[in-house]
Design a protein around this ligand. Structure first.
Ligand code: ASC
Length: 127
């Protein structure tokens, strides 16, 4: 699957853009800035779970060079980087499940875990 480095960078940035698109209003609902809508929250959690499987393949060999904030540490420790996506997949699945309760008290801990997973990877692997 020979991919051009620039295409790969744009691809993964697009996936992260989509993650932000789905995540943002969920954070708004969690904070109470946006009215909580249980079905909409669940839909977004399920989309996040799908997206959590999509970004990693954009980190192709050689794509530390280019218009990217991705740090070379990714390719130096691909196992740890990859484990972050595994965690995101698990956490977003747990969030989708928790969201079906329709209860913010049940949802919030699962939501916080997802946020922590985003941040953990950014701290280690994003400029
Ligand atoms: C966001 C965003 C992130 C996460 C993270 C959560 O809205 O852009 O990277 O939330 O800050 O801890």
């Amino acid at each position: 699957y020979a991919n051009d480095v620039e295409d790969a960078i744009e691809y993964r940035q697009g996936v992260f853009q989509a993650i932000k698109w789905y995540f943002g209003p969920m954070a708004g609902m969690a904070k109470g800035d946006i009215e909580y809508d249980a079905a909409e929250f669940t839909r977004r959690a399920e989309m996040l779970n799908q997206l959590s499987y999509m970004a990693e393949e954009g980190f192709i060999e050689g794509s530390a060079e280019g218009d990217t904030d991705a740090l070379p540490a990714i390719w130096e420790d691909m196992d740890q980087f990859s484990a972050g996506f595994d965690k995101l997949q698990e956490n977003t699945a747990a969030l989708a499940e928790a969201s079906k309760s329709g209860d913010m008290g049940t949802i919030m801990p699962a939501f916080a875990e997802v946020g922590k997973t985003c941040k953990g990877c950014h701290d280690n692997f994003r400029d």
